[in-house]
Design a protein around this ligand. Structure first.
Ligand SMILES: C[S@@+](CC[C@H](N)C(=O)[O-])C[C@H]1O[C@@H](n2cnc3c(N)ncnc32)[C@H](O)[C@@H]1O
Length: 477
């Protein structure tokens, strides 16, 4: 369970128990107005103070509410027995009051705490990423073409290639080995005498299982066709958010990102009023009955973040550099029509069942928002065009069955819907479980995904849904 998270804090979106413990940091927070008034005055608007508590053992906590120094210390002492610590008031420095504190936390948590299930166990991302593998296999011809194009046009002595949001598991291996083979073959085709070295950067958020990733790269020699004449290659890990600058100016030749850009760097701002009310109270995403204002907030957030992503990559690419991107996208302009909304709608219903059974706090559910957005293909191309930074190349809509083991185009009724439900739940669990654990605690995970598998199975009886995505290649202008 998320034992260190204050029990009166219903709105921590994805508080990173494990990663914070690793860093020796604790976060605790409480609703504005719930504590007694102490020594500190409240900021204008009654939004409450935000405190950092630095304990003598090096751990830190963040706490907030309309109460002061004495009561914060007293309450924290009661909760974790640490008692004494140095208090620093953060809200003047942060420029936000407690009402906006949730978004401040959410942003930090997505960037620091989002990760897939680590390791190579039964539920790990590495063993449950067939959907992403299928998407990557569809994109490989486009990716290889872009790599060959960039190499042939620029003839760099060191070709720099980066995979953004690489995670850990076989797909990264697939990416690196195919590019090595393609570039080595092109180098040979052009005579093989020009000096060439390859530098791969594998990027993900700091919580990613980079250890597992580098263990798996040991397999690389078995999956490449490189010979003694092939260019030497170097592989480095690069932790950090791709919504920030992560490379020096004009230093990268080719960017690739697969199944990542539908992740937003934060829960959309404005989903919660200053008074703490949630506009999207019954939904964890843009599901059927989500108010339009909430759907629009997700859309605006994507617009802002994807535009920023394009600007940052444009700065980092060499002239003539390219990007190949794959991420979830809708066929229809209707903002409610994405398969992601449908999937997360079923997930939200599963959580509501647990609320009804008394296993999940209603308030915890209200504050749980999945920071993802599935844009329409038209939205993506419009943002690219409006940026005036990239030339649109290949653009393709991808379709992959929700069931990772469904390779057939079987008619409705011929597939085992209940088994599909189990398969899909396992796939979703590989990327959703850490967030669930942080927000609700680990105790509900098994029962929640069993409930979800059953709901998805029933849905599959009626409709065999597919994930929709976009594959796009972009050339720096
Ligand atoms: C579904 S996985 C895809 C992994 C891999 N590319 C594949 O195709 O199997 C999405 C990955 O994106 C990463 N991610 C999400 N937002 C990110 C960000 N802002 N910066 C870097 N990585 C991010 C996640 O941590 C996760 O590992």
């Amino acid at each position: 369970m998320g034992g260190w998270v204050s029990r009166c804090c219903p709105f921590v979106v994805a508080a990173g128990r494990r990663s914070r413990e690793r860093e020796g940091e604790r976060t605790a927070s409480c609703r504005a107005g719930s504590g007694s008034s102490g020594g500190a005055s409240m900021p204008a608007g009654g939004t409450g103070a935000i405190w950092r508590i630095s304990y003598h053992d090096g751990a830190t906590a963040i706490d907030g509410g309309s109460y002061g120094r004495v009561s914060v210390r007293r309450r924290l002492a009661g909760e974790n027995g640490r008692g004494k610590g140095r208090l620093t008031r953060l809200d003047p420095e942060l420029g936000l009051g407690f009402g906006k504190f949730r978004h401040f936390l959410a942003m930090l948590q997505v960037e620091r705490d989002l990760h897939m299930i680590a390791g190579d166990g039964e539920t790990s991302y590495g063993r449950n990423s067939r959907i992403q593998e299928k998407a990557m296999l569809m994109a490989l011809p486009v990716l290889e073409k872009a790599a060959i194009q960039v190499y042939s046009a620029l003839h760099p002595e060191t070709m720099v290639v980066a995979d953004l949001g690489c995670s850990s598991g076989p797909n990264t291996l697939l990416f690196v080995s195919n590019l090595l083979n393609a570039i080595a073959a092109q180098h040979q085709k052009l005579g093989g005498s020009d000096p060439l070295e390859l530098q791969f950067f594998l990027n993900d958020l700091p919580g990613n299982d980079f250890n597992m990733l580098f263990w798996s790269l040991d397999q690389l020699k078995k999956t490449t066709t490189t010979s003694d004449k092939s260019p030497p290659y170097y592989i480095s890990g690069l932790p950090g958010s791709f919504y920030t600058r992560i490379f020096p100016r004009q230093s990268v030749h080719l960017f690739h990102s697969s199944c990542c850009l539908h992740w937003l760097p934060q829960v959309p701002e404005g989903l919660q009023s200053e008074e703490g009310a949630y506009f999207n109270r019954d939904n964890i995403h843009i599901t059927g009955d989500a108010p339009y204002i909430a759907a629009k907030l997700f859309q605006d957030q994507f617009y802002k973040d994807f535009s920023l992503f394009l600007k940052l990559r444009h700065e980092e690419l060499v002239p003539g550099g390219e990007m190949v991107l794959i991420f979830l996208a809708r066929k229809s302009e209707n903002i409610y029509s994405g398969d992601l909304s449908l999937l997360l709608g079923l997930f939200g219903q599963s959580l509501r069942t647990l609320v009804a059974e008394g296993l999940v706090d209603r308030e915890k559910l209200d504050s749980f928002v999945i920071p993802m957005y599935q844009p329409a293909v038209g939205e993506v191309t419009a943002i690219v065009k409006r940026s005036e930074l990239f030339e649109l190349g290949h653009t393709q809509l991808l379709e992959v069955s929700w069931d990772p083991y469904d390779n057939s185009d079987s008619e409705l009724g011929k597939i085992d819907s209940a088994q599909s439900g189990v398969n899909i739940a396992k796939h979703v669990r590989a990327w959703m479980e850490p967030m669930i654990e942080y927000h609700f605690g680990g105790a509900i995970v098994d029962v929640l995904f069993t409930e979800f598998a059953s709901r998805v199975g029933k849905h599959f009886e009626k409709e065999k849904t597919k994930h929709m995505g976009i594959l796009v290649s972009l050339k720096k202008m």
